[in-house]
Design a protein around this ligand. Structure first.
Ligand code: H53
Length: 832
């Protein structure tokens, strides 16, 4: 069956082979898709049409692998990892799909023949911003690694119609725009209305006695919402395995109320629909802070209930009883956002499948495992009991029942240590009672893990100490990792090529192999290539900065970069104080010798986080003064790149010389940007916090710029009583810098603009910027000295990058599989 169509330039043969992988077939398929799906020819295609046509072409080639994978899983009735996460930040799909199925080069070739650049098409894609920061990006790295390892897994989450807001900067202030990522359609998802499920809300419960005379409860709900799954393929790197990311979208049970419609009140007739569909409308833009909004709890329960029902539906297709449920299913909850799943599975088992409580509880505990991602108390989720009971009356009862049994057990262990019992309770008592989701997660799981060594230690000793005392065997550490496919191969293609020339391609699946490159450390060619690649990457970023910020930066200056969510504990302001210090020194002595630096910031602030927004404004104000000052003479440049997201991150990491990881010790659970920078050959200046500690261990202390108080010192200092004013009084340079900001030097006409920043530091300095200020400056001095010796710097840079094998998410996933999930790879044959 061959049709032929003609365009002025090319002959197109349509639909003879949808899976052919050679360049010619690919080109034909591309033109076919452009014509028959986008309804365009090359003459009138927009760049977006070209992107779509290429995406359809790649998707066709993924589908065969995807279908075979799912069939294999079904036939072999495999054990599946179900990853529950309210956030995923997968980044753009096209490049990743091309690389993973091995079509990147063929696609580039045929597009060139047609007069296009592949990278230009890739730039057309709107990335799915279905997360805030590290937590969502980690979930995406984990999905990539599981597929690459060939482990059966499914990611469950929410298909937000609007993802994380687009950040624009106007007059130095952050503004938020809705992220309409689905506006032009999404070729990567497939709706599955056939697997629709119903989720109930509200109402009350009623007790009854079943025919066997047993006490039972039924939930008389008030309203319900439908969940439709949308599936996105998750291809492994050069394997046949394609796993699934299944995201739920809310739909009303009724499109409108006929009675009200007929009475003529059209707006009210559709009000119910609008209300229901709001559930998956928009992502809450807070990272690492809890906001007790009812709609958020509705989102959490909605996706978790959909997912559990989906898991059970798939299970019942192949089983007649629950005996092997815990052999076939394991569920990881990413932070406490999906913790309500523990109560929901109990409800399904006890109320719907009429399983007795003890057995249901055994199953539930065996199925769930919990990853904690934060030590910040303001991030711990606790729902007012009143709100919780209104929305999920049956779940509240179940939680009370779990709690009663659990506290009974705890008392048998700890006697009447009532203070401890109160801390362990799933319910926080007081005039307003709260449900503590972290406690529910701990009690309902068989495994609990932190995301870096220090973080896990602090969980065990502090935040979750009572749970650790009760069940130490549940706890383990699983240090985070990131995928080398996206963060080396895709984002740093020149470096990847250098690696492949020296090692072959195996490093892409086994990042630890990079250590072999230490043999080339003194090889002049290798070092020259290394320097050239970094220079090229910096040049590319400099062009981007010129284009988007209109600021000219010197590619040979030291690129000193901090990119991440803006949060006081991450201390963007500490880096800014250093910038101002250098500026102040230059003003005192314009002739002084100075290592030229380009300071680059990027990151979003939560829309309601006033301090974080003021920090962004302050960065811009300082930039405006410094970048224009003739005394500075271009030796310092300050740049803020708007709308930090995965795509922008991929441009930034490879161009960095210095990675700023300067959180107050004990605050950053892990950090993962730190790993992405180092994989690109950046050196880290950092505190002993989160994964920095392990990065330093891996790359060697001599290749890491360490400063600052340790977590223990932080606690001790706070316990003694911390007085920021002491530092202000005794450190003259610090005083000058603070006075400069306080005087309104950077805010002409609005001298009080940055007063709140200064006041917060002077009064409390919660995150100990003043305490770490001097040692940070001293450490930056060492950075300067190292950078001035370009051979020394190159050596350090190489050693950082090639010693990062441990931080591949393949290693993290391997550990979860071995220790928590007890699962492994399953081979997928294409002609099986
Ligand atoms: O999770 C990352 C860590 C990072 C931590 C982050 C995180 C969020 O992005 C959101 C909520 C939360 O509790 C934690 O801040 O340190 O690297 C992945 O584990």
């Amino acid at each position: 069956k061959k049709h032929v169509l003609r365009t002025p330039q090319v002959r197109v043969q349509v639909e003879d082979d949808r899976t052919g992988m050679d360049t010619e077939t690919l080109k034909r398929a591309f033109l076919d898709n452009l014509y028959y799906i986008q309804a365009k020819d090359l003459q009138n295609a927009t760049p977006y049409d070209l992107y779509m046509a290429l995406s359809w072409t790649v998707r066709d080639r993924l589908l065969q692998r995807w279908i075979h994978t799912q069939e294999t899983y079904l036939k072999q009735d495999v054990r599946s990892v179900c990853y529950f996460s309210a956030e995923y930040l997968p980044g753009r799909q096209l490049g990743n799909a091309l690389v993973n199925v091995g079509l990147y080069e063929p696609a580039r070739t045929f597009l060139r023949e047609l007069g296009f650049e592949l990278v230009d098409l890739m730039e057309q894609e709107n990335e799915p911003g279905l997360g805030n920061g590290g937590l969502g990006r980690l979930a995406a790295c984990f999905m990539d690694s599981l597929a690459t390892l060939g482990v059966p897994a499914i990611g469950y989450g929410i298909r937000y119609e609007f993802g994380i807001f687009a950040q624009t900067i106007q007059g130095g202030w952050q503004f938020e725009q809705p992220d309409r990522w689905l506006r032009y359609g999404n070729p990567w998802e497939i709706p599955r209305p056939e697997y629709l499920v119903e989720v109930k809300f509200g109402g009350h419960t009623e007790a009854y006695t079943d025919p066997q005379g047993r006490y039972r409860v039924s939930w008389v709900h008030e309203r319900s919402v439908l969940g439709t799954p949308y599936d996105t393929p998750v291809p492994g790197y050069r394997t046949n395995t394609v796993n699934t990311l299944r995201l739920w979208s809310a739909r009303a049970t009724e499109d409108f109320d006929f009675q009200v419609f007929n009475s003529g009140d059209f707006a009210r007739a559709v009000a119910g629909k609008t209300y229901s569909e709001n559930i998956t409308k928009v992502l809450y833009p807070n990272d690492n802070t809890y906001q007790g909004k009812e709609l958020r709890l509705e989102q959490q329960y909605f996706f978790v209930s959909c997912s559990l029902q989906d898991i059970l539906r798939r299970y019942w297709d192949h089983h007649v009883d629950l005996d092997s449920f815990t052999d076939k299913v394991t569920i990881q909850i990413n932070d406490t956002h999906p913790a309500i799943g523990i109560a929901e599975l109990m409800r399904l088992l006890v109320d719907e499948y009429l399983i007795e409580w003890d057995r249901a509880w055994q199953i539930t505990q065996k199925v769930f495992a919990y990853t904690n991602h934060t030590l910040l108390s303001e991030a711990l989720e606790r729902w007012p009991v009143s709100l919780f009971g209104r929305l999920l009356p049956r779940h509240l009862e179940i939680i009370y029942e779990i709690n009663e049994r659990f506290l009974h057990l705890a008392r048998s262990r700890f006697g009447n240590d009532e203070a401890r019992i109160a801390r362990l309770s799933l319910i926080q008592e007081g005039s307003e009672k709260y449900v503590r989701m972290a406690n529910l997660a701990c009690v309902g799981s068989h495994a609990i893990n932190g995301v870096a060594k220090l973080h896990t230690e602090l969980l065990e000793q502090d935040v979750l100490a009572d749970f650790y005392a009760l069940t130490p065997e549940k706890f383990s550490n699983k240090t985070n990792g990131v995928t080398p496919r996206r963060f080396v191969l895709l984002s740093n293609p020149k470096l990847a090529l250098l690696y492949t020339e020296r090692l072959g391609q195996e490093w892409i699946r086994d990042l630890a192999l990079l250590r072999k490159l230490e043999d080339h450390l003194h090889d002049a060619d290798f070092r020259a290539s290394w320097k050239q690649i970094k220079a090229d990457n910096k040049h590319d970023l400099a062009e981007y900065i010129l284009h988007f910020n209109g600021i000219e930066v010197a590619p040979d200056s030291l690129f000193d970069i901090q990119v991440k969510r803006v949060h006081e504990y991450k201390r963007q302001l500490l880096m800014l104080l250093y910038v101002i210090t250098l500026y102040h020194r230059l003003k005192q002595n314009p002739a002084m010798a100075l290592q030229p630096r380009t300071f680059i910031f990027a990151g979003k602030a939560a829309p309601g986080y006033t301090m974080a927004k003021l920090i962004i404004k302050c960065i811009h104000s300082v930039a405006a003064i410094i970048n224009a000052d003739p005394d500075v003479g271009g030796r310092l440049k300050v740049v803020f790149l708007a709308n930090f997201n995965v795509s922008l991150a991929q441009r930034i990491y490879p161009a960095a010389d210095l990675s700023e990881q300067i959180s107050t010790a004990g605050k950053e659970a892990s950090g993962t940007g730190n790993m992405k920078f180092a994989m690109g050959g950046a050196l880290t200046i950092g505190t002993l916090d989160g994964a920095n500690i392990e990065i330093r261990e891996q790359v060697g202390p001599e290749n890491f710029f360490l400063f600052g108080l340790t977590a223990q010192q932080v606690y001790a200092l706070k316990a003694r009583g911390y007085h920021p004013n002491d530092y202000y009084q005794t450190n003259t340079e610090l005083r000058s810098v603070i006075d400069l900001v306080a005087s309104g030097h950077f805010s002409p006409g609005r001298p009080d603009l940055f007063r709140p920043l200064v006041d917060a530091l002077m009064a409390r300095d919660e995150y100990l910027l003043f305490a770490d200020y001097q040692v940070y400056l001293d450490c930056q001095q060492q950075v300067d000295a190292a950078f001035a010796d370009s051979e020394r710097w190159t050596t350090m840079s190489i050693l950082n990058a090639v010693r990062m094998g441990y931080f591949s998410s393949d290693r993290s996933m391997g550990e979860y599989c071995r220790d928590i999930w007890k699962t492994g790879p399953v081979a997928v044959e294409l002609n099986g």
